[in-house]
Design a protein around this ligand. Structure first.
Ligand SMILES: Cc1cc2nc3c(=O)[nH]c(=O)nc-3n(C[C@H](O)[C@H](O)[C@H](O)COP(=O)(O)O)c2cc1C
Length: 204
């Protein structure tokens, strides 16, 4: 089985990078394969052109998606699962990843007469500076989940899971204290990705 990882963080010196590495180790240790789009390394352009906008807004199939968009769509259709790994920025994915959805989720691929395959699994692993309690108390966790699971991934994967690693800001002493345990969790998610039945929308 193969998972396509969409990874988005501007720096290698980050918890998110280590979390991505641990997830990948879990994937390969379980005998599965992965492909990765590292959006910063690829310098992925998140800005929609006017032509792309008109194509999607007017439900037109006439314009072929750009080459970089088609490459991402091909990776999706050759995978069994998709994983998104990123830090939470202002209760959202970083702009590069939000723009990835704007451009890759084209009319005729992700909506309309869809050519995007129904994936077996979709998993989101994200790091947040705030605690889960804080994110829950203010409805922010729910809002992030709704956007990712209830909109962007809805109807595009059979099983979905949203995993947030809280308390990861550098000023928080829990960042270091939970470090190994969190990386172990990321590893386990990779190792069990194709083995485990997950509950839609469950967070840890
Ligand atoms: C521009 C920016 C915006 C952020 N917004 C949020 C936020 O809305 N909620 C939150 O919990 N953490 C937020 N954070 C904290 C990051 O999610 C946190 O620093 C990161 O997950 C730490 O992991 P890292 O070592 O992988 O960067 C923000 C950080 C930055 C740099």
């Amino acid at each position: 089985m193969k998972v396509f990882i969409v990874y988005c963080h501007p720096s290698e010196d980050s918890f998110t990078k280590k979390m991505c590495d641990a997830f990948i180790r879990g994937i390969t240790d379980s005998g599965n394969e992965y492909m990765i789009s590292d959006l910063y390394k690829m310098n992925f352009d998140p800005s929609m052109t006017e032509q792309e906008y008109l194509r999607d807004a007017y439900y037109r199939n006439t314009l072929e998606p750009a080459e970089d968009v088609r490459a991402e769509q091909e990776k999706i259709n050759s995978a069994d699962a998709i994983a998104f790994i990123y830090p939470v920025f202002w209760t959202e994915a970083p702009a590069k990843l939000a723009g990835w959805f704007d451009r890759v989720w084209t009319y005729g691929f992700a909506y309309g007469e869809k050519t995007m395959k129904m994936l077996d699994k979709a998993i989101i692993l994200c790091s947040a500076g705030n605690s889960l309690e804080h994110l829950e108390q203010f409805g922010l966790l729910d809002s992030m989940k709704r956007v990712m699971l209830g909109d962007r991934l809805y109807g595009r994967a059979k099983e979905m899971e949203f995993v947030v690693f809280g308390n990861t800001s550098r000023e928080n002493e829990l960042r270091e204290r939970n470090w190994n345990r969190n990386l172990q969790k990321a590893y386990d998610r990779g190792k069990n990705l194709f083995a485990q039945t997950t509950v839609s929308g469950k967070s840890i």
